[in-house]
Design a protein around this ligand. Structure first.
Ligand code: IMP
Length: 423
């Protein structure tokens, strides 16, 4: 059984937790896009792990984890992450982690260029994580990027890095940002690469062999559908295909290898960075932040919070081909008397049930809500779906109806034991 796990909102849906849960029956866990802009927090046996580039399967013994060709890898960032996770007692070896030699490299100067671009945009900034993701993917598309395979040819890479540093420095100077010393960049990239080198290989035959021999593959999507470069709230998006198709192009496995797509969403909506957020609600944001919830794992930024938006979810279920929904953070709504679900956007007097492409239409979109009773009790102790209060089941059933996909899992807390399968 080969399953893609994909985010249906603006990222941070709790995918890491669902991946971690499903990893028990998986043999191989694969990341196909994004970079260390992603931040997955997984709590297992009471221990908190924060993962950025490493697939969540790394926390399990005996699983193979693959960073696929579609990912952009910051070598120094990945080495830091490996060092941190090893200090928590998790061994990272070529037996449990392989990295595609086709994956593109995020250079230190990509991060500064990210910051420079954001500064130049002023009020129109995207609100990126400043991890260099956009500039690294831009180099890939412009056909001037470096891939991990290239790092084995040091002379070639040194020349490329010197050229890129010479191009970048005048731009960075214009924005009063630190300029780069090419020798330092080269030293930092190659020091990190030495730690990664034993893991780097052609991962495509490895994942094909796993598929052909009937092993269970799990694809771990990063970010979410509304951050997808094609389907998201462009230009307030990330620079990769975060939707299900990105798992195929980002790993070298064909669509025919995929059996199911689990779409992960929160029981409400959150987003970080700039851009439209029709159901954003200050009261709900204040309430959730007051509970210590909804602070970004990568940047620590408070996330904007809002009511459940089924206009976005309906679209996300369509473009991902979702076969089952995993609804997380249901416990975040435990103390509410009345809950709102957005079923449409009114734009210039017409109700739309799918999101617009026109960026100016977003500014005029007024959410159309229906209200449902809250459950007003603690759900965090529920250990099976039938134990949820009736009002919570009603809310989830309505969510599934409006999105056109069945509910497969419900999350009532961060621990593995708080992920409840729906029979
Ligand atoms: P970038 O991916 O750093 O270029 O940022 C582009 C947009 O995607 C910004 O709005 C970020 O906040 C958002 N973003 C990137 N990664 C994540 C994530 O893992 N969770 C939520 N938002 C993200």
């Amino acid at each position: 059984m080969n399953t893609i796990i994909t985010g249906l909102q603006w990222g941070d849906e709790g995918k890491g937790k669902i991946v971690d849960y499903l990893t028990e029956s998986a043999d191989v866990v694969i990341r196909g896009q994004g970079g260390n802009n992603a931040g997955h927090t997984v709590i297992a046996n009471g221990v908190k792990y924060v993962l950025h580039l490493l697939p969540s399967g790394i926390l399990w013994p005996g699983k193979l984890n693959v960073i696929g060709n579609g990912v952009v890898v910051d070598p120094a960032g990945l080495v830091d992450e490996i060092t941190r996770i090893e200090s928590q007692g998790v061994a990272v070896t070529p037996e449990n982690l392989l990295i595609s030699d086709r994956a593109h490299v995020v250079l230190p100067l990509h991060k500064e260029l990210d910051a420079a671009r954001e500064a130049a945009l002023g009020d129109r900034r995207i609100g990126t994580t400043k991890r260099g993701i956009g500039p690294a993917y831009a180099d890939k598309i412009n056909r001037c990027g470096l891939r991990l395979a290239d790092l084995t040819d040091r002379a070639f890479c040194e020349a490329q890095i010197r050229r890129r540093v010479n191009e970048a420095n005048p731009l960075l100077a214009r924005h009063q940002l630190a300029q780069f010393d090419a020798d330092e960049v080269i030293a930092s990239v190659f020091t990190a690469f030495e730690r990664l080198r034993p893991h780097v290989c052609n991962t495509i035959p490895v994942v094909h062999d796993a598929w052909k021999t009937g092993r269970n593959l799990l694809f771990e999507g990063a970010q979410g559908t509304l951050l997808d470069i094609d389907f998201g709230t462009y230009p307030f998006v990330t620079s990769s295909n975060t939707t299900a198709g990105g798992s195929c192009t980002g790993s070298g496995l064909p669509p025919t290898a995929i059996d199911s797509v689990i779409g992960v969403c929160k029981a409400y909506t959150t987003r970080v960075g700039s851009g439209p957020f029709p159901t954003g609600d200050e009261g709900l944001s204040d309430y959730l932040h007051g509970l210590g919830r909804e602070f970004g794992a990568t940047t620590g930024r408070p996330r904007g919070c809002g009511w459940l938006d089924t206009v976005l979810l309906r679209f996300a279920c369509m473009v991902n081909g979702v076969t089952g929904l995993a609804v997380t953070n249901v416990d975040g709504l435990d103390a509410y008397d009345t809950l709102r679900i957005c079923t449409g956007y009114e734009i210039d007097g017409i109700v739309h049930t799918l999101p617009p492409a026109d960026r100016t239409a977003w500014d005029r979109a007024k959410p159309v809500y229906e209200e449902l009773p809250g459950w007003n009790c603690d759900t965090t102790g529920c250990t099976a779906y039938p134990q949820l209060p009736d009002a919570a089941k009603l809310y989830l059933t309505r969510l599934g109806e409006l999105c056109g996909a069945p509910i497969a899992f419900v999350g009532v807390g961060p621990d593995r034991a708080q992920t409840l399968p729906v029979a």
